[in-house]
Design a protein around this ligand. Structure first.
Ligand SMILES: Cc1ncc(COP(=O)(O)O)c(C=O)c1O
Length: 411
């Protein structure tokens, strides 16, 4: 069985070929990308230890992103379900409404440091694109966002924000017209423009360096949570369950990172993938539904594929989770059994949204509604000494159209 080493950051637990547990990750890239990836790797591995760069990062996390985001008990939901206490880390209160702002801010700082004026990125739910366009505007960079045409249609709220920030949306009409195709197209563009342009990958996926930068950026979430938990309970509780949705996996990695060295009996990590529509064979849950290992976007990982290794189309109510692959870091956490992965269907996510937004002031977007669905399932079976924390990493504003259509009411 794969083992997680204590006291070495998870992102650094790869071998010289950038493979985690000899199976996941790596740099499966065209020859033309070798040099830009090498340059970016050298730059990031230098600046991530520079006091000045860390000071700058923390300055913008506090004064631009709005860290720390709130942490509080969901009193009504806890009472309603009985059993475990349910708490919420409301990351959706970060500037722009989701965790993607951490990665976007760090990439913009790196782009400036590399002396580049152009920045490009992919997006599914539109949040990664919205945040990158915001950060690009803030730091004076010209920005292009690659987005599938199916996602442009269903995430129009975030598309308007991207345009308002002065960025160009490049529609991607190939394949499933979703995130997977947007990432591919963005990488293709970078191959021919890497001299002048920096690329931001919107999750903990892609060639190794992008996984590292993204997880290093979102780790801020668990740095905050650790302090908040200790302040609230005096120490890390004996039974703590951290529940997060998993698409590419950047939100979950950020939410769990600081707790990595705790025994899983004390701090359990639960990742919730998109189970897709009830009774449909389509889903976006490679870790839960026994997907095989394959290569996607430059890295080896569990990926949804047919018997000939062709990447299969996925389906989910949440654009952010609608992705056939998953971060190599999550593959490592799964195979080492440090994290448990499960899925929620579209219908379960909608029900969870309905319940949480009725009882509490929190209105989770469709992605974290998957995480709430799991909390709702397990909380009644546990006692009040168990603390469940759900990362509410996105706000439902972007999903108004889908929610109104599906629930037949005005949000
Ligand atoms: C609000 C929200 N949550 C979760 C995700 C899934 O991505 P990740 O697994 O990288 O956090 C997205 C992606 O767009 C998102 O917008």
């Amino acid at each position: 069985m794969m083992k997680i080493k204590k006291d070495i950051p998870l992102i650094d637990q790869h071998d010289k070929n950038y493979m985690y547990g000899k199976k996941f990750g790596g740099n499966y890239i065209p020859e033309t990308l070798k040099k830009p990836i090498e340059d970016l790797t050298k730059l990031f591995e230098k600046i991530r230890y520079e006091k000045k760069f860390i000071k700058k990062r923390d300055y913008y996390f506090k004064n631009y992103v709005g860290a720390p985001t709130p942490f509080f008990k969901l009193e009504n939901l806890t009472k309603y379900l009985g059993g475990a206490q349910i708490w919420c880390k409301q990351v959706s209160k970060a500037n722009g409404g989701a965790h993607k702002i951490y990665n976007a801010t760090v990439h913009s700082l790196i782009c400036k440091r590399a002396g580049k004026k152009y920045i490009i990125g992919d997006t599914g739910a539109g949040y990664a694109g919205k945040m990158l366009s915001m950060a690009a505007k803030k730091f004076g960079l010209k920005c292009k966002i690659f987005m599938g045409t199916k996602d442009i249609e269903r995430q129009s709220v975030n598309c308007r924000a991207i345009k308002k920030n002065g960025a160009e949306i490049v529609p991607v009409d190939s394949g499933s017209k979703t995130l997977v195709d947007a990432v591919s197209e963005c990488m293709r563009y970078w191959v021919s423009n890497c001299d002048t342009t920096h690329m931001c990958v919107g999750s903990t996926v892609g060639p190794n360096i992008f996984i590292k930068i993204c997880a290093w950026s979102t780790a801020q979430i668990s740095r905050e949570l650790m302090l908040q938990v200790k302040k609230e309970f005096g120490k890390v509780p004996k039974k703590l369950k951290l529940i997060n949705c998993v698409g590419g996996g950047s939100s979950a990695m950020g939410f769990w990172n600081e707790f990595m060295n705790y025994d899983k009996k004390q701090v359990e990590f639960i990742g919730v993938e998109a189970g897709g529509p009830k009774n449909s064979k389509k889903h976006a849950a490679p870790l839960t539904n026994g997907a095989k290992i394959g290569i996607l976007h430059g890295a080896s990982q569990y990926v949804i594929q047919d018997s000939e290794g062709q990447i299969e189309e996925t389906e989910s109510i949440s654009a952010g989770l609608d992705y056939p692959g998953v971060s190599p870091l999550h593959c490592l956490l799964k195979d080492s059994k440090r994290a448990r992965y499960t899925s929620a269907t579209d219908e379960e996510a909608l029900e969870a949204f309905k319940l949480v937004s009725k009882l509490e002031k929190v209105r989770p977007s469709m992605e974290p509604s998957h995480a709430f669905a799991e909390a709702i399932k397990i909380a009644p079976k546990l006692n009040k000494n168990t603390i469940i924390v759900v990362d509410s990493c996105g706000d439902a504003k972007k999903d108004i159209k889908i929610i109104n259509e599906r629930l037949g009411k005005k949000l």
